[in-house]
Design a protein around this ligand. Structure first.
Ligand SMILES: Cc1cc2nc3c(=O)[nH]c(=O)nc-3n(C[C@H](O)[C@H](O)[C@H](O)COP(=O)(O)OP(=O)(O)OC[C@H]3O[C@@H](n4cnc5c(N)ncnc54)[C@H](O)[C@@H]3O)c2cc1C
Length: 416
């Protein structure tokens, strides 16, 4: 069933009784050409592009819980292409272009809202870095506007510009950045993949990866063994555990990242704002809640909830940047398990095991990558060749030392 204005009208007239399920619930077959481990944003978009662009139909996505129950449904929904380094710059630019056509592509309202992302700076040095970043974005073909203090004040009047410790000097505006509805992205790709014949199998945990003579043969699951010619590991925060099933040790640590939402308020924050002196960022959802987050909890963990120390730091950062937020009441907070690499950049690559591929290391920025990652990973899986925009995301960089360290914080996972 295609979604359209006519369909909404028609269903309204017949009491909404005619909507069909968005995807099938098939039982797993004994064999597939490609098995994708993980039904998050990246696994689902990979399946979609594999089926749609490469005509491959015998594909299964195996999800241990429910589709979209992982980080894809837990993030703060920011979409942007404001990266600086070669590798990241072309990849996120490629992904943002896909976002801009995603609703038409999937016939699904992913609620992309290009409201502009503003990174605030608080010193001359930070302003120079913002100018360099803006130029890199423009060179890449994306958009960037450097705002001085007064220019920023005109569009964002509610910041504490004269904060004694962190005075606001200006901001780098990325007008095409913004937010999207996270669940809808997972559902849209799931529906699209299903329509192209992909089997989406929920409540099916992969418990082992079968390797014989250096070649992958299939997987063991809680719903029985499944043979496969190719296996793609797309398990985000669980990537190290899944790779260990094939005897691999990935350069990834798993850390908790928390997010927060307030009660619904009248429109107050028009953009996505990020604070340059502490890792704090905020936007307002379409329902009115202020959605915000900060740094990782800083210890490795597989718990998808966080500690009070980080809550305290996030609230302090919020109050420092925009004291008006002190009047809002926080409704809830949650956490997700981040797959942190030593340079903060992702991995889309083959492994030393023939037929076994990995897509991981998205740290806390993988939501905006969902379309780009799926498209590039599908290309690699289908053709065996790296897709140009993602060609630098190879495992070998951790051996050679050619890291893509966007934040320049060195090879410590939790600092990215
Ligand atoms: C609080 C928070 C805020 C964030 N904010 C942003 C943001 O604003 N912008 C942005 O770009 N990114 C953001 N991110 C990061 C982004 O959400 C992730 O990088 C991205 O969602 C990870 O990819 P995924 O969607 O495929 O992961 P997931 O949705 O976690 O998918 C992985 C799936 O693999 C499944 N799985 C794991 N092990 C197995 C197994 N053995 N068998 C079968 N299935 C398995 C899991 O159940 C899960 O569903 C944020 C993350 C968090 C937690």
């Amino acid at each position: 069933m295609r979604f359209s204005g006519w369909q909404v009208l028609r269903q309204g007239l017949i009491g909404n009784k005619g909507w069909a399920p968005q995807w099938r619930t098939p039982d797993p077959k004994t064999e597939y050409d490609i098995v994708i481990i993980g039904g998050g944003g990246h696994g689902l978009s990979t399946a979609y592009y594999l089926a749609k662009e490469y005509g491959l139909k015998n594909i299964a996505v195996l999800e241990k819980g429910y589709l979209g129950g992982g980080n894809v449904g837990r993030n703060t929904t920011i979409v942007r292409a404001n990266y600086y380094l070669p590798g990241n710059s072309e990849f996120y630019s490629h992904s943002l272009k896909l976002w801009e056509n995603l609703e038409a592509e999937l016939n699904y309202n992913v609620m992309l809202s290009q409201r502009g992302v503003i990174q605030i700076f608080h010193s001359d040095g930070q302003r120079d870095a913002a100018a360099r970043r803006g130029n890199a974005m423009i060179n890449q073909g994306d958009d960037a506007i450097l705002l001085d203090r007064e220019g920023l004040r005109k569009i964002v009047p509610y910041l504490d510009y004269d904060n004694a410790r962190f005075p606001v000097y200006g901001g780098l505006l990325h007008p095409r950045g913004g937010t999207a509805r996270h669940d809808a992205v997972a559902w849209g790709f799931a529906r699209g993949a299903d329509q192209h014949g992909v089997d989406l199998i929920q409540n099916c945990e992969v418990t082992g990866i079968d390797v014989e003579n250096g070649r992958v043969r299939g997987v063991q699951t809680t719903r029985g063994p499944i043979r496969a010619k190719k296996v793609a590991m797309v398990a985000a925060g669980r990537s190290s555990q899944v790779a260990a099933m094939a005897g691999m040790r990935l350069p990834i640590e798993s850390h908790v990242l928390q997010a927060f939402v307030t009660e619904g308020l009248k429109p107050a924050i028009d953009h996505v704002i990020s604070f340059g002196m502490g890792h704090f960022y905020i936007s307002q959802s379409d329902k009115g809640g202020l959605v915000f987050g900060g740094d990782l909890d800083f210890y490795a963990s597989y718990a998808s909830r966080g500690g009070l120390h980080r809550k305290e730091q996030v609230m302090q950062a919020a109050m420092t940047l925009m004291p008006m937020i002190g009047k809002a009441r926080v409704l809830r907070s949650w956490g997700g398990i981040m797959d942190m690499t030593p340079d903060g950049s992702p991995i889309i690559d083959k492994t030393h095991i023939e037929g076994l591929f990995v897509n991981a290391g998205w740290c806390y920025g993988g939501f905006k990558a969902v379309p780009g990652s799926g498209k590039s990973f599908a290309h690699l899986l289908a053709t065996g060749n790296h897709h140009d925009p993602a060609a630098r995301f190879q495992l070998s960089r951790f051996k050679s030392g050619h890291l893509i360290d966007e934040e320049g914080t060195g090879a410590q996972h939790n600092l990215h």
